[in-house]
Design a protein around this ligand. Structure first.
Ligand SMILES: CC(C)(COP(=O)(O)OP(=O)(O)OC[C@H]1O[C@@H](n2cnc3c(N)ncnc32)[C@H](O)[C@@H]1OP(=O)(O)O)[C@@H](O)C(=O)NCCC(=O)NCCS
Length: 177
């Protein structure tokens, strides 16, 4: 079951989301040291204040086993400006600012390979008015970039300079903003 959560509902379960985040990004082979406390008390509250924030959560037996979230990205925000500085001016003009920014996608290792990642991404994007969406992910061959390509995202930049790839989705719907 996948629920769509607004700011208030997402922040209410921030610690549980932090645990899923830590389990997914702390799995063997990810070379990361995810901090669930930082996620729950800093990262998520900051992002939850952004325009059009939405989070989708998958539950099994009442517990969150996976989630994804994003918001409308704008110039002047850390991520947008960092990406704009790393790509050509033409690409930046076309894609950055007013895009839907997918920030996180995470599924607990014990719930992976059941199609949840794809379901979460589809639910996150459903009904959005944005024409363009952006995300960064791993440059190497892993489940996440494979999943995005399978869902129609296009590779815009293979390596932004710090081992991340930039993917974009042109959803072909009219801009409403
Ligand atoms: C990326 C991630 C969210 C994918 O979650 P997931 O629930 O496993 O995603 P899916 O099940 O939709 O797809 C993953 C794989 O399982 C396969 N799969 C899906 N349903 C399946 C089933 N019923 N039986 C067997 N395989 C299945 C998919 O084809 C896909 O295979 P591939 O990676 O070889 O192409 C998860 O691996 C994760 O949390 N990784 C760590 C965090 C991360 O990388 N996040 C993204 C950062 S940008």
């Amino acid at each position: 079951m996948i629920d769509v959560l607004d700011r208030t509902a997402a922040l209410a379960i921030a610690p549980e989301l932090g645990e899923v985040f830590a389990a997914a990004f702390g799995a063997p082979g990810y070379d990361e040291e995810p901090d669930p406390g930082h996620f729950a008390t800093d990262q998520l509250p900051t992002h939850a204040d952004r325009d059009d924030f939405r989070l989708v959560a998958a539950r099994s037996d009442g517990s969150v086993v996976g989630f994804a979230y994003g918001f409308t990205g704008q110039r002047g925000q850390w991520w947008s400006d960092r990406i704009a500085n790393a790509v050509t001016p033409e690409l930046a003009d076309e894609w950055i600012g007013g895009h839907f920014e997918v920030v996180e996608l995470a599924v607990r290792p014990d719930a992976q390979r059941n199609g949840l990642g794809a379901e979460l991404m589809t639910a996150l994007m459903a009904g959005l008015p944005h024409r363009r969406a952006l995300l960064t992910t791993y440059s190497d061959d892993r489940p996440a970039p494979r999943l995005y390509r399978r869902l129609g995202w296009q590779l815009l930049v293979q390596d932004l300079g710090w081992g991340s790839a930039l993917y974009g989705l042109d959803r072909g719907v009219p801009e409403t903003r």
